[in-house]
Ligand binder design. Structure first.
Ligand SMILES: N[C@@H](CC(=O)c1ccccc1NC=O)C(=O)O
Ligand SMILES: [Zn+2]
Ligand SMILES: [Zn+2]
Length: 203
């Protein structure tokens, strides 16, 4: 069992200008309370998280409308290091694709600050995934488009191909082969996305 989920601690870095992540105790046994209780405040786009299509289109599905069958099943992990914009040629010679494809762009195991210079996806690559029946794109980068993108071409390509996006996984040390992916976001039904637990199991 391989856990792809980034570890969430108080102060975990978030998208520039977005809600900071806080996790604090509100009751503590060591302070005389009956129980330990915590609270957290967060953006929906925290660490390892699922984008609902509603994030980038008012007509897109909200989180609760994404079927679990999309989020669980066979997943191919691909070595995608060394590209600023992942080209469609990355998929040459790979043959049949499962419904989920994960791309290791080389993001480190831990983010001490928010990554600003990460790899993004070309719309051509995403159209190719769509034409081959892929339902879910997984990246270790915090977004499929560059930080400063305004028109979000890769997100829009996912929208027209009915591909949902899991961002911010940790793929360090993961072998480039096929696994079973299990991705379970929080059940925030009306949301534009949510933090998720994502794991790989050997087939
Ligand atoms: N598209 C990025 C997030 C994103 O673009 C974003 C996240 C929080 C606050 C502002 C954002 N974009 C603003 O232009 C993502 O999917 O995670
Ligand atoms: Zn996101
Ligand atoms: Zn996104």
């Amino acid at each position: 069992m391989i856990d792809l989920t980034r570890k969430l601690v108080h102060g975990f870095p978030t998208w520039p200008g977005d809600t900071p992540f806080a996790f604090q105790p509100t009751m503590q046994i060591q302070h005389g309370d009956t129980v330990n209780v915590g609270m957290f405040s967060t953006t929906t786009h925290l660490g390892t998280h699922l984008d609902a299509p509603y994030h980038y289109s008012d007509q897109g599905l909200k989180l609760g409308e994404i079927p679990l069958t999309t989020l669980i099943g066979e997943c191919l992990v691909i070595d995608a290091r060394g590209h600023r914009l992942l080209p469609v040629t990355l998929l040459e010679g790979i043959g049949q694709l499962p419904e989920r494809v994960a791309f290791f762009t080389g993001e480190p195991e831990e983010w001490s600050t928010f990554p600003t210079d990460f790899s993004a996806f070309s719309p051509e690559l995403i159209d190719h995934l769509g034409h081959h029946g892929v339902k879910m794109l997984i990246t270790d980068a915090p977004s499929v488009d560059p930080l400063t993108s305004k028109d979000l071409p890769a997100h829009q390509a996912c929208l027209r191909n009915n591909i949902v996006i899991l961002e911010g996984v940790n793929l360090n040390g993961v072998e480039f082969k096929k696994y079973e992916l299990i991705c379970l976001p929080l059940n925030l039904v009306d949301a534009d996305g949510a933090p998720a637990r994502a794991i790989l199991r050997e087939l």
